[in-house]
Design a protein around this ligand. Structure first.
Ligand code: GDP
Ligand code: IMO
Ligand code: MG
Length: 426
């Protein structure tokens, strides 16, 4: 019985898709446990790029059962489009199982996400405007509509009627928008989406539990990341779910003792999309160079990512919060041209040094980084496949990061391709 969690250790886009794809070779099942199509997970296979939003990155292998767990929020239109696009690209999606307990993203969620952002003005969170926050809010408020409700038109219409009354009042009275029609929405969800999705809806808790009991290897693929976690991230500049490893148990429906290993993913530097504190952020040409060399634009939204030096304070916190067994450090190749590199080892604020993530957000907003400088290697690492192919300075950088966060780094990414990983034993 073995469940492995893949979890982002920064603010997302660390390369979880690529790592999941690599690990999925040895897995029988890959499960998405939270988030929705705010995620964009890139897998590059033989020069072909797949940008997955809702489907687990293991879908590209025939031997893997891809599962969308109860903790995910599902926009059925997006899911069907993604399945159609993958099928057209020759990927077999027929093994997909979607939890009946997952919540649906409804048209009013997406509209309210965009309206709230506009209402917040310069305090906006910079969400992906996909309806994620409003869908999870309705789940907590117990007025959400679930995937299983697609299979029961009477229940679906009843729930929609109740919830839409309130949503339409908000849309009209708060935001001066036109009301939405319950029958239009119900017709679309029940007549168009439900028949197409019905064959894929199932009891994922039973399925995952049986797989584990049968001794299969199950990979739990996190979306977003530790510092976008609703409880542990830089609130309120977070997403509305729990990407941390603990969230995998809730969002897939397994007990904590089933998890045998937790693999963190971090970039060799840091990026962030959307608003919120970012202690090591660079607003200079070094930051621009990271954007350019790392192609730091959102996988699905196309937004330019903010960039900065690697932050070991964040990684130490991520190691604790997720019980990391190991770390995969991606995009080392992006640092190939730099003469010197900086790693933030602590924060400083109002004369005080913080080696650990300060609990009070105000400190984080004001903190300045304490850097250690390391020599760059100024050599192309993208063709490296083995440890001895890497320059000594590159290996030293990896070892330094590993020591700083107290977690072994076993895989280092040197390019977007499926096999562009170097195995380390640190
Ligand atoms: P995810 O959301 O964590 O799955 O990450 P994304 O796919 O959104 O963003 C990571 C980006 O970096 C994608 O474009 C990947 O193809 C790319 N990538 C992943 N690992 C590496 C690496 O080691 N080197 C380089 N140069 N690119 C990488
Ligand atoms: P993957 O899985 C990076 C960010 C948004 C915004 C905040 C809240 O590809 O790493 P939301 O739409 O979730 O309510 O937005 O979270 N965000 C991500 N940033 N990668 C992601 O996913 C993200 N998903 C959400 O930019 O700041
Ligand atoms: Mg991404």
């Amino acid at each position: 019985m073995s469940a492995t969690v893949v979890v982002g250790c920064q603010w997302g886009d660390e390369g979880k898709g690529k790592l999941t794809d690599l690990l999925a070779r040895e897995m029988q099942m890959v499960v998405r446990y939270q988030g929705g199509h705010n995620a964009g997970h890139t897998v590059v296979v033989n020069g072909r790029t797949f940008a997955l939003q809702l489907l687990p990155s293991g879908v590209l292998y025939h031997h893997v059962t891809p599962v969308i767990g109860n903790g995910v929020v599902v926009d059925p239109k997006v899911l069907l489009e993604e399945m159609a696009a993958l099928t057209a690209a020759g990927v077999d999606c027929s093994r997909l199982v979607v939890s009946g307990g997952a919540h649906l993203i409804m048209p009013y969620h997406q509209e309210l996400d965009a309206l709230t952002e506009r209402y917040l003005g310069r305090n906006k969170l910079g969400t992906t405007k996909r309806g994620i926050g409003p869908a999870y809010a309705d789940k907590s408020a117990r007025v959400g509509i679930r995937v299983q409700d697609l299979l029961d038109p009477k229940i679906f219409r009843e729930k929609l009627d109740v919830v839409l009354k309130e949503k339409n009042l908000i849309l009209a009275k708060v935001y001066n928008r036109l009301p939405l029609s319950a029958s239009d929405i119900a017709d679309r969800y029940l007549d168009e989406y439900a028949p197409k999705l019905a064959p894929f809806i199932g009891d994922t808790v039973g399925l995952i539990g049986d797989a584990l009991a049968a001794g299969h290897d199950v990979l739990l693929e996190g979306a977003q990341a530790t510092f976008l976690d609703l409880d542990h991230g830089t609130y309120p500049f977070v997403t509305s779910s729990n990407p941390v490893a603990g969230g995998a148990c809730v969002g897939a429906g397994i007990g904590p003792l089933s998890v045998t290993s937790v693999i963190g993913v971090a970039k060799a530097y840091v990026t962030r999309v959307g608003s919120g504190p970012f202690v090591t952020e660079l607003h200079d040409e070094t930051g621009d160079l990271l954007v350019e060399r790392g192609r730091e634009y959102g996988t699905n939204t196309g937004r330019r990512r903010r960039t900065g030096w690697l932050d070991a304070v964040m990684l130490r916190q991520a190691a604790r919060l997720n019980s990391l067994s190991e770390l995969a450090l991606t995009k080392l190749d992006v640092l190939d041209t730099f003469e010197t590199l900086k790693v933030c080892v602590a924060y400083e604020s109002e004369g005080r040094r913080y080696d650990r993530m300060p609990y009070h957000q105000t400190v984080l907003h004001k903190a300045t980084p304490v850097y250690e400088e390391l020599p760059g290697w100024q050599a192309d690492t993208s063709a490296a496949t083995e440890l001895h192919h890497l320059p000594a300075a590159a290996k030293d950088y990896v070892h330094f990061v590993s020591e700083q966060c107290g977690v072994p780094i076993k895989l280092v990414g040197v390019g977007p391709g499926r096999d562009q990983f170097v195995r380390f034993a640190s």
